[in-house]
Design a protein around this ligand. Structure first.
Ligand code: SF4
Length: 351
């Protein structure tokens, strides 16, 4: 985690703050109603910060109006035209994201940095493997972790030299290993918060795996302060998956967890079906605390797993032994397992 932090409206990024989830609107930025509706959907799904592109003045006007209608922190995504950054800041953006490499001259960058400073908002400096400077590509013989780091540090320094330090850094690549190695390198060289993600990860089928490995491995190594799962899909799906990712790593508390065995030749009950039914039932409960439920095929690992879990079942030949922690509650017929297990959970959780 970074030493420094920034605040995007009321969301803190860095210095040990909870890892925030970001996503981006993908509807027409000139359509106020569509933008607002998508921001609300993302908020309901658990998004902490939303980004919208500002390609023209109309989009900046939409941002100004939307800004008044939601409390969601909004980041303006700017490419090529520094004037759009100035308009977005005026419109009330809570942060701007720029790539100093495509914003234009030093003077233009200075204007943007000065206005962000006056508005008291942070800047995310984004470097991307796809737009790495040619001099750096030549120096390292291609797009490398070292090259991405050098470009990122150069860009940060450019802005820091202007007396501005309210910065977040992102280094995006669609290659998981490049993303991982570049962040490992930069984490020892900057104190600024890191926005991490595997960019253009693809469709949900492949993109979720890439994101889980790329983002997950970095977070487990203590690197990264805010995340974006980038999928070719409805952005709500990005947010739902980002939440699952943080829950899996233990960085957000999950409502429930199901531990179930992979089944083997010893299995005498339909564990696959049982585990899915138990999961659906537990998911629909109004739990007051996170609950862990073990669904095991036999008594080999059943009691051990059940002791680790709050509740559990270990299957036998057409039967199931129901546990609550290490306490054996009862043995029931296979067809009664789900109902009996739920009864125990409801009673003991006071539902
Ligand atoms: Fe097989 Fe039992 Fe292990 Fe399940 S818990 S995989 S049934 S040995």
């Amino acid at each position: 985690m970074s030493k420094l932090f920034v605040k995007v409206r009321d969301v803190k990024i860095g210095a040990g703050a909870p890892i925030s989830i970001q996503s981006m609107t993908n509807v027409n930025p000139n359509d106020e109603e569509a933008i607002l509706s998508q921001i609300r959907s993302l908020e309901n799904a658990g998004c902490d910060i939303v980004r919208m592109t500002i390609p023209d003045k109309e989009a900046a006007d939409v941002l100004a109006r939307v800004r008044k209608k939601t409390d969601m922190p909004i980041v303006a995504d700017i490419h090529f035209n520094y004037k759009m950054a100035l308009l977005a800041i005026d419109a009330g953006a809570d942060k701007i994201r720029i790539n100093p490499g495509n914003i234009g001259s030093q003077e233009r960058l200075e204007r943007v940095v000065k206005e962000a400073g006056a508005a008291g908002i942070p800047i995310r400096v984004g470097v991307n493997s796809g737009s790495l400077e040619k001099t750096i590509i030549d120096k390292y013989g291609g797009v490398t972790p070292e090259g991405l780091c050098e470009s990122a540090l150069n860009n940060l320094k450019k802005i820091e030299d202007m007396g501005f330090s309210d910065l977040v850094l992102s280094m995006k690549a669609s290659d998981v290993r490049l993303t991982y190695e570049a962040h490992r390198l930069i984490s020892n060289q900057t104190d600024h918060p890191l926005h991490i993600g595997v960019t253009e990860a693809g469709t949900p089928k492949k993109g979720k795996i890439k994101s889980a490995v790329g983002i997950g491995s970095l977070l487990l190594a203590g690197i990264g302060d805010t995340i974006r799962v980038s999928l070719t899909a409805n952005p709500v799906e990005e947010v739902i998956f980002a939440k699952q990712l943080l829950e899996t790593i233990g960085l957000r508390s999950a409502k429930y967890d199901i531990v179930s065995c992979p089944t083997c030749g010893r299995t005498k009950v339909d564990i696959e079906n049982l585990a899915m039914k138990v999961e659906a039932e537990v998911e629909s409960m109004e739990l007051k605390r996170p609950v862990k439920v073990a669904v095991m095929g036999c008594v080999v690992n059943g009691p051990g797993e059940a002791r680790e879990a709050d509740y559990g079942v270990a299957g036998g030949a057409g039967k199931g032994v129901i546990f609550a922690g290490s306490e054996i509650i009862k043995t029931v017929d296979e067809e009664d397992i789900v109902a009996e297990l739920m009864k125990v959970i409801i009673e003991r959780e006071g539902l």
